[in-house]
Design a protein around this ligand. Structure first.
Ligand code: GLU
Length: 487
């Protein structure tokens, strides 16, 4: 049967969307898009104690913000729902009963303390801790006795002995696990709810998932899931375990390495396009040297055979570089709208400014976006436009407009005159004013440009002069030049 590719992202709603989770979602999305298949979103809330609706909402919001859309599952529906594990108890119950009836699973009456004590003693002997199988062959009398005692039971899967569990992983190649190392594992808790390894196999099968792309941290779960598929006589899906994301010190990425959640990057002013671009390169590589790709381009290029077995290193400098590229290349209105909240929050502008002086704000963004790795940094670069009391960055700057140099008062007075005479301080004026001042004063080059720049901004470097002139406007320029001249 030539089944269309169907992949899924199955986050547990126990926190914010992690960078690694977002990458898993993206690879699944790209695989589905590339093959014209289906991308399903399922909420895996089997861990009831840790799952929250709030976390589910944040994960969904972040996926939507990134532009990773799904065409089946939570919120969008489909033929294989419900798509939240806690809404599927009857389904799991049926399959648990099937396994119990066939003797492929059994009730285990061991208490948590008993199994922990067992593990402790195995560890003490230097053995790999695993369930001994104490309850695997209870007699009817023993069961009745436990029940009479009022003991609760879990359900354990009966793992076949001496069996190689072979996984042909799309990324890692053949991975073999010995069944003897697995130990009969719990598939349903005492309250009857299934654990992840059981629910995930049942759901992926019933939802007709063809390829499971997820993080390498799940590789050790895979033999258990494969055993469950086999117990039911189901075809196992393909697996692709994507390598871990490491911090720059090559240890597993964690809070120690800085922000690990998508929303932290969003709040700092990283663009979704840049995050997508960056995540795609964490473990996947295109042919050729090009590194900037839109989501659409990635959809066309992505294939699992270019996903690397080696761990990916989270390089914040690279993310900053990519984000900077997008900040500079994106539509200016888009970047302005995304920058406004930071300017508002810093109290540099207010709501009236946004309404009445939008074009002015846009100029400020245009003048400074070249310096930004992420948008919240904009507040560090716009000070020169908001403070008419020019502050000199250093002595070098101060010296540039030392009035004892003949050209300084000449240039500043002439420049001020031109500004006063102008009807409008627009781009046309800003582009032609220096020629006029040069003609009047005979001063040119650095003595002309740097003098004006430092008088207006206090800095020897910064945004383009035409931007500065337009942003400061008539009043701002005159005020600043007067201050410089009267020093
Ligand atoms: N719910 C799991 C997690 O959030 C995903 C498991 C899977 O993809 O099979 O890590």
């Amino acid at each position: 049967m030539n089944q269309l590719e169907k992949v899924r992202f199955a986050p547990s709603p126990t926190g914010h969307l992690h960078i690694g989770g977002a990458r898993t979602a993206l690879f699944n999305y790209l695989e589905a898009k590339n093959k014209g298949g289906t991308f399903l979103l399922r909420i895996e809330d089997t861990d009831a104690a840790r799952s929250t609706k709030e976390s589910e909402d944040v994960i969904i919001e972040d996926l939507r913000w990134l532009g990773i859309d799904w065409n089946e599952g939570i919120e969008v529906g489909g033929d294989f729902g419900p798509y939240r594990c806690t809404e599927r108890p009857d389904i799991y119950k049926k399959y648990l009963n099937d396994l119990l009836e066939e003797g492929k699973a059994y009730k285990c009456y061991c208490t948590a303390e008993e199994t922990e004590a067992e593990r402790e003693s195995q560890r003490a002997k230097g053995e790999m801790p695993r369930y001994s199988g104490k309850c695997s062959n209870l007699t009817k009398e023993e069961i009745d006795a436990y029940e009479a005692e009022g003991r609760e039971h879990t359900i354990r899967f009966r793992v076949p002995t001496d069996k190689d569990i072979v996984i042909n992983d799309e990324v890692r190649g053949e991975v073999i696990f010995e069944s003897n190392g697995v130990g009969d594992f719990i598939i349903a808790k005492a309250d009857g709810t299934p654990v992840y390894n059981f629910a995930v196999a049942v759901d992926d099968h019933l939802m007709e998932v063809t390829t499971i792309i997820r993080g390498e941290e799940h590789l050790s779960n895979t033999p258990r899931q494969v055993l469950i598929y086999e117990a039911f006589g189901w075809e196992t899906p393909k697996f692709a375990h994507v390598s871990l994301i490491l911090g720059e010190d090559r240890s597993k990425m964690s809070k120690r390495h800085g922000s690990t959640h998508v929303d932290q990057y969003r709040n700092k002013g990283y663009l979704p396009e840049a995050i997508i671009n960056f995540l795609a390169l964490l473990g996947w590589s295109p042919e050729g040297e090009e590194e900037i790709f839109s989501l659409k381009e990635l959809e066309e290029m992505f294939t699992l055979d270019r996903v690397s077995k080696n761990p990916a290193v989270f390089d914040i400098k690279k993310l900053n570089w990519i984000n900077g590229q997008y900040i500079r290349a994106s539509d200016l209105d888009y970047i302005t709208k995304l920058s406004i909240p930071y300017l508002l929050e810093a109290g540099l502008i207010n709501d009236q400014d946004v309404e009445n002086r939008y074009d002015w704000i846009k100029l400020i963004v245009s003048a400074t976006r070249g310096n930004l790795d992420y948008l919240s940094q904009i507040t560090d670069h716009v000070g020169i436009f908001f403070n008419d009391e020019v502050e000199f960055e250093d002595d070098k700057a101060r010296k540039v407009i030392d009035l004892n140099q003949e050209h300084v008062p000449l240039v500043l007075k002439s420049f001020k005159e031109k500004v006063e005479e102008a009807d409008k301080i627009d781009l046309d004026f800003a582009k032609t004013v220096f020629k006029k001042v040069q003609k009047d004063t005979g001063v040119k080059g650095k003595n002309l440009f740097m003098t004006v720049r430092v008088a207006l901004t206090g800095q020897c470097q910064g945004p383009e002069m035409p931007d500065i002139i337009q942003i400061l406007g008539k009043e701002g320029i005159i005020k600043r030049i007067d201050t410089a001249i009267n020093k």
